[in-house]
Design a binder for this molecule. Sequence first.
Ligand code: ADP
Length: 498
Amino acid sequence: MTEGKIEVIFAAAEVQPFSKVGGLGDVCGTLPEALARRGLSVTVLTPAYRNLDYQRWGIIKDRAHVIVQVVDQKYRIGISQWHNPYVANHKVVFLEHQELFGSRNVYTTDQGDPYPDNSRRFVVFQKAALAWMREQERPIDIVHCHDNHTALIPVYLKTTLADCHQFINMRSVLTLHNIAYQGLTGMEERALFDLPAELFYPLQPLEWYGRINPLKGGIVYADVVTTVSPTHAREIMEDEELSAGLRGVLKSRPVPVVGILNGVDYTYWNPETDQLIFKNYSQDTLSDKFENKTQLLRQIGLPAEYSTRPLIGIVSRLVEHKGIPLLLEAIPAILEAGYTLVVLGSGQAEYERALRRFQEQVPERIYYECGYNERFAHQIMAAADFFLMPSRFEPCGMTQLYALRYGTVPIVHKTGGLADTVQDWDGTRGTGFCFHPFSAEALNSAIRRAAAVYASPALDQLRRNGMVSDFSWEKSAHEYHRLYLQVMGKLDSEVKDG
Ligand code: ADP
């Protein structure tokens, strides 16, 4: 592909390593770098949240600021910048407001409750992002929005800012990382959005069963809508439930949703170099993976003799669509098949409580840590024999990709990105175990198949198949680059395959 000096803006609520709740943070942290390596110029706009360590990352305070007005309140938004020291043309611009962002987490309180003023927070963020973009001298070609927190940007661009000369040639891309989170809020908040009243009338772009749906607005107005795997793109165009009700809105677009698989940052998720695990290993030194298992069991106080039993790891947000109810139903069968189980994650209180209860009942076989713990996530990835993702739906999923590289065999529901990235083991080929339909019976059968392979010499072959599979960002970045050129109307003239 030709070197295009395309000017791209990412707008995102999470950007790893500065902030991360889930896969959105992973993608907005690493895809821009991969695009910049292709010669694009990528600036990521994101809020500066509590605990952002300016010194550690070398984030530099800008003297500039932008003013945003929402209803009758004016917000002075500070600006800071971080320049990627390794890749030119990749920077992150932090939009700062102490009360809305600087004193808070990304979406929820420490107790896990969504902030009641999230609509206001993300309207302010999006308006500030647009105000910042207006002030740039270099013309912006693409604004790439991610999920509901930035889905209003395409709405403003096609309505209140339609005549803004800076944006005339700019195109918008909206990526759906999770269509189930739509940013819904009550009609009484309408004034916050500062958009024409008719957009909120029944069946109009922002109206949703009497409420306001920012994601729907973004889907209606974005120039291109994408999601993070080809299978999930098909699923949400075909299945009402998997589209969380938005199938009709997606289908009314002139062009179908584009599915581009996420990639992995293998400089960070690599068992050969990972600084957070007990012992580094590769496919040639798989016995060192076992050392990670024994050390992890010691650290969490499970009996050392259990190191010969198969260990299942889970690192997940504990929410319904991650299949946690199915997991809870399957735990007796998991124990019966001889596994030990280590779970890291937080989320809905009922699931946290249920896991704690299981841990109390069988403390020598089940370990549960509630919370977010980057080091422990890596340690589980390296130590476990199997990585379980029983998601009801999964747009892409990052953790199964990490598990593959760590020789930790994924056991997954065959849906979305999981179906696109894990091939069912057939005795010689394949990288994991896929189950379908979404039922405890199907999951239990996969768990039994996995236990049988654990006890057989085929295990190392299966591990190695996963470790050599390649989900690096280059391929996905190439596809996004093509998409940008396409929406700019330049694909034919500028791109040769490459
Ligand atoms: P989602 O974005 O739906 O949460 P993904 O699999 O796409 O799911 O991405 C989840 C990301 O968040 C992965 O990088 C995973 O390692 C990380 N993660 C999830 N829960 C935790 C946790 N409790 N501690 C550390 N990392 C976590």
